[in-house]
Design a protein around this ligand. Structure first.
Ligand code: C2E
Ligand code: CA
Ligand code: CA
Length: 596
């Protein structure tokens, strides 16, 4: 819309309400919506004093005569104050009024005058209800504020205008703009309408850069002047249907009734950048702005504002004097992750997490020596999820530690079963480096082991990944590893060769075993470099007197090569994938029978 022409229209308009254009009608509809919601009444009307168009009953089934309604309006304007009729049916002047005796069977009426700056009555903003309401139960402060908004909408009130009836509750006295509380309500209304009509909204949060310095070096009077100028500029930078509010301090929020348009953002920021001439100084300020856009960001007013804040902080971080859009992709990703983490938590409490066991073959005697316990999530549908599908969602969280403790409990329970059956197998489980930083995890190990046979500890191996922890945490990890060794547990360096500092780990971590990552093993026959790495790791483990396990043994040729290189143990699909406990035991029995 051409704003300048629009301004002229406003100034030149005659004093009685002109035919209300669609835009104004929509704005007034929103104000009515807020009033209705705030007061929980049957309806809220704007009744024009004369002429004009009575748009208020649009959508209602009843056709009402404007003249009938205007009786209430005129009475309110003459009253020149809020007029409350608690029960029209008992009111001598209104009992037989057509709107009371007939549809909509109005009984309660509360109206406040809507005037132009010269004081002429333009209409009334009123609440009506089909049941009587006691006026003692009513605070009409909000209705007054909303009437001021209608006055502005009708274009008769130049703004910002400190002469507005300022309500400390809803209008910021310094700038004359709606404050945070009113913004909240206006946003609810805007969103409700946008939802209904499939419209877009952009919520912009603006924070002036370096405003604190202005206040500190020039005093708060200049600061206030700056805020007033900025408020006016923001109003000028947007269209009439957009909403500018002052959240407090140097923060403003704007609701643009549109999709996010980079030009609109730039226009707003450009306006703010213009040097300001206060009574005593010339100052130049910039602003940082964060934007989020409904319906892409489909949230409630609080969340939208919060997202706009986050984006504003990103704009600050990116060097200020610019705008950033809220990162929805990242937001959705995080939300999904959180939802998944919640589901994992439920799965844990419902015991849907299980360990499947993959055998490890001892190459010196061709026997099943051990099993690696690998986590699986058995969904109620019967589907089985691999750890890669859910462990990342709980990484580095308390839940990670809880799952780790659970895995220990399950492994010990199953080791107990193995022991009771007189079988020789060990079990290894995967332990996150973060668990090894957590004293609760070590305590848990201690207590869990105490519940079982003493021999059990020696049959449990913790496979630990190389950690990316900083050196100060490494000390804790090393001392916790030593605590595990004192408990009689075995330790293995998992995925060896894939990390940054595998060699120094070999020196620092007193583990008994090393596990060569499957990424080197799988292709070792086709790729001489992989084979060289496998051979080097095997050699290294011999010199460090560690047992070496290769994972990812997918065929007999790899097995033969590994044996040739002196590898101690092998694990992989060539033997078996991970299986539920009983199946794994049956598989192991069959393997021994086949081999011997
Ligand atoms: P990992 O410790 O390297 O475990 C070995 C993975 O290799 C397993 O995948 C296994 O199914 C797969 N695998 C075994 N043999 C072969 C083979 O011959 N070829 C190929 N291509 N793959 C083979 P899975 O079960 O999906 O586990 C993935 C990772 O999830 C594990 O990698 C481990 O880091 C992690 N994980 C599994 N269970 C746990 C757990 O209880 N706690 C923690 N913290 N991590 C776990
Ligand atoms: Ca492992
Ligand atoms: Ca691995």
């Amino acid at each position: 819309m051409d704003r300048d022409r629009d301004e002229t229209d406003r100034r030149d308009a005659p004093c009685h309400p002109r035919a209300i254009d669609t835009l104004t009608a929509e704005r007034i509809d929103r104000i009515r919506w807020i009033a209705r919601r705030h007061y929980q009444v049957t309806d809220a009307w704007f009744i024009p004093a004369k002429g004009g168009e009575w748009h208020d009953i649009r959508g209602s089934n009843t056709t009402l005569e404007l003249a009938d309604a205007q009786v209430f309006c005129h009475r309110t304007l003459r009253h020149d104050a809020p007029l409350v009729i608690e029960d029209a049916r008992r009111h001598p002047d209104f009992a037989s009024h057509p709107l009371v005796a007939g549809p909509p069977h109005l009984r309660f009426y509360a109206g406040v005058p809507v005037r132009d700056p010269a004081g002429s009555g333009m209409g009334t903003l009123c609440l009506i209800d089909t049941a009587p309401v006691a006026s003692s139960a009513l605070d009409l402060g909000m209705l007054q504020v909303l009437a001021t908004q209608v006055e502005e909408e009708l274009g008769k009130r130049p703004s910002p205008q400190p002469a507005l009836k300022p309500s400390r509750d809803h209008i910021d006295t310094l700038t004359g703009l709606p404050n945070r509380r009113l913004l909240q309500m206006l946003m609810e209304a805007e969103l409700a309408v946008a939802r209904q009509r499939n419209h877009s909204l952009s919520v912009c949060l603006i924070n002036l850069d370096g405003f604190k310095c202005i206040n500190e070096s020039h005093g708060s009077a200049i600061g206030d002047e700056v805020l007033q100028v900025m408020a006016g500029r923001l109003r000028d930078a947007v269209r009439r249907q957009d909403l500018v509010t002052h959240l407090g301090g140097d923060e403003f929020a704007i609701i643009l009734r549109d999709r996010l348009q980079p030009e609109a953002c730039n226009r707003i920021l450009d306006r703010l950048r213009i040097p300001i001439r206060t009574s005593t100084h010339a100052l130049t300020l910039t602003a940082s702005m964060g934007v989020t856009c409904y319906p892409d960001d489909d949230e409630d007013p609080d969340a939208l504002l919060h997202h706009a804040y986050q984006a504003m902080y990103s704009a600050k971080e990116a060097g200020k004097n610019g705008y950033c859009r809220f990162d929805l992709k990242h937001h959705h990703f995080r939300r999904q992750r959180l939802a998944l983490a919640r589901d994992v938590h439920l799965a844990l409490s419902r015991q849907q997490l299980e360990l499947f066991y993959q055998p490890k073959i001892d190459y010196h005697g061709d026997t099943v020596a051990a099993f690696e316990g690998l986590l699986r999530w058995r969904l109620p549908s019967g589907d089985i999820l691999p750890p890669g599908a859910f462990l990342p969602a709980i990484e580095n969280s308390w839940l990670d530690i809880e799952v780790g403790k659970y895995v220990i409990d399950i492994a010990l329970r199953d080791l107990d079963r193995i022991l009771q059956r007189g079988l020789p197998y060990s079990i290894s489980v995967n332990v996150n480096p973060s668990s090894l930083l957590d004293s609760g995890f070590i305590d848990h190990l201690h207590h869990a082991l105490a519940l079982h046979d003493r021999d059990l500890a020696g049959r449990l191996t913790l496979e630990i990944l190389e950690s990316t922890s900083p050196p100060e945490e490494l000390d804790t990890i090393v001392s916790n590893i030593q605590a595990c060794l004192r408990l009689g547990l075995q330790l293995s360096l998992d995925d060896f060769g894939t990390g940054q500092s595998s060699l120094s780990y070999l020196r620092t971590f007193p583990t008994q075993k090393i596990k060569i990552d499957r990424s080197f093993v799988i292709g070792m026959l086709d790729n001489p470099e992989d084979e060289a790495i496998v051979a080097a790791i095997i050699g290294l483990s011999k010199s460090f007197k560690r047992r070496v396990v290769a994972e990812g043994v997918e065929n007999g040729a790899i097995e033969a090569r590994l044996k040739g290189l002196g590898c101690d143990l092998g694990q992989g699909f060539y033997y078996s994938p991970a299986l539920p406990f009983e199946q794994a035991m049956t598989w192991a029995g069959d393997y021994s029978r086949r081999r011997h």
